[in-house]
Design a binder for this molecule. Structure first.
Ligand code: PMP
Length: 358
């Protein structure tokens, strides 16, 4: 009898559509504007020659430096393999598969649902309002049995911040029942909006951060979960024994040094200037219907014929992120902010397309 390996797998894994990361989608580009990465590499040298030894589970210097950077104490910080691991650790520590649920508000980051499906946890969605703010009454109706609410601010892929007054209401609504996880992957592009100081007031608030965006280290795979000690202690029970390779901790420590943080801030200023330039240019192009405000290193825009724009630019090696099938985002493409030259190439390609269509 032949063994059908597929049938051996868990039912939810058989049914799972894996996350379509930019790398999995592929493409043959030289202008990569599809993964919200920093456009240029930052050089680092490895200082540790101790690969015969296992690494520290929570490297002290990384934790201390991140805590200082975030204005928190070391016991409020957990480091993991990207913010993606933080998203999953929260579900594994707080949600009983088959019983508890998570909730989030699409359109938003795709890994909340993928992690829930992988682990076998129900996920509930409450569509964001037309201005992509929270639909609080609809969330209140759906909270029964929900253990973790994921809220992305600034939101990927729309680029907007969530209103702080609404976040307070959501924190009141979830108090004693569920965690509210604020995904701040892009917070360095609007640092004044962080909720880090709110941790003093709310024991059920959790914040996710990453070195993948403003710190220009997507390839490092290093992210942070910020929360009060009782939450961190529970996550420490389920995290892998050695979540960070020694070279990862080595580079993360350097990135979080005073010079590393200063360099990150300089990069943010450059990208924000390029974003302002794109905001001037994009509305002047006839195939661009609407440009949404952004507090991040990407811009969401709606096009008259987005599949054609996507394909034409793809063929020229300019790779954007298609959002056409995302709820509420018909005709939309997400554009990561690149170097000034990359932004200029994008605008030139869109202008050529507009002339062709005129
Ligand atoms: N949250 C959001 C909103 C993101 O866009 C991303 C990166 N795509 C992540 C979390 C995951 O970041 P990391 O690279 O640290 O896993």
């Amino acid at each position: 009898m032949s063994l059908n390996i597929e049938e051996l797998a868990r039912a939810n894994v058989r049914a799972l559509t894996p996350y379509q990361s930019a790398r999995r989608l592929g493409g043959n580009g030289d202008v990569w504007l599809n993964a919200n990465e920093f456009p240029l590499p930052v050089p680092f040298e490895l200082s540790q020659q101790t690969l015969n030894r296992y690494p520290e589970c929570q490297p002290k210097i990384v934790i201390e430096r991140y805590a200082a950077y975030a204005g928190l104490t070391p016991e409020q910080v957990l480091v993991s393999r990207g913010a993606d691991e933080g998203i999953e650790l929260l579900m594994r520590a707080f949600c009983e598969p088959g019983k508890d649920a998570i909730l989030f508000c699409p359109p938003t980051y795709g890994m909340y649902s993928v992690s829930a499906e992988t682990i076998g946890i129900e996920y509930r969605t409450v569509a964001a309002l037309d201005d992509w703010q929270l639909n609080l009454p609809a969330i209140a109706d759906q909270l029964d049995g929900v253990k973790v609410v994921y809220m992305c601010s600034p939101n990927n892929p729309t680029g907007n911040l969530i209103n702080p007054d609404d976040i307070r209401k959501l924190l009141d609504m979830t108090a004693g029942k569920a965690l509210l996880v604020a995904d701040e992957a892009y917070i360095e592009f609007c640092p004044e909006a962080t909720l880090a100081s709110w941790l003093q007031e709310y024991p059920h608030l959790v914040i996710l951060r990453t070195l993948s965006k403003a710190f220009a280290l997507a390839g490092l795979r290093c992210g942070f979960t910020l929360a009060n000690k009782p939450v961190i202690d529970l996550l420490m029970k389920v995290i892998a024994p050695y979540p960070l390779a020694t070279p990862v901790a080595d580079v993360a420590g350097q990135a979080l040094s005073e010079q590393g943080i200063a360099l990150m801030r300089q990069h943010v200023a450059e990208l924000n200037a390029n974003r302002a330039w794109l905001f001037e240019q994009l509305p002047q192009i006839s195939v661009v219907q609407q440009v949404f405000p952004s507090e991040t290193n990407y811009i969401l825009a709606r096009f008259t014929d987005s599949p054609k724009v996507f394909k034409t630019l793809w063929d020229q090696g300019i790779i954007l992120r298609d959002q056409n099938k995302n709820p509420g985002l018909a005709g939309c493409l997400r554009i990561s902010i690149g170097t000034r030259e990359e932004c200029e190439r994008l605008i030139a390609a869109l202008q050529a397309l507009s002339v062709e269509q005129a």
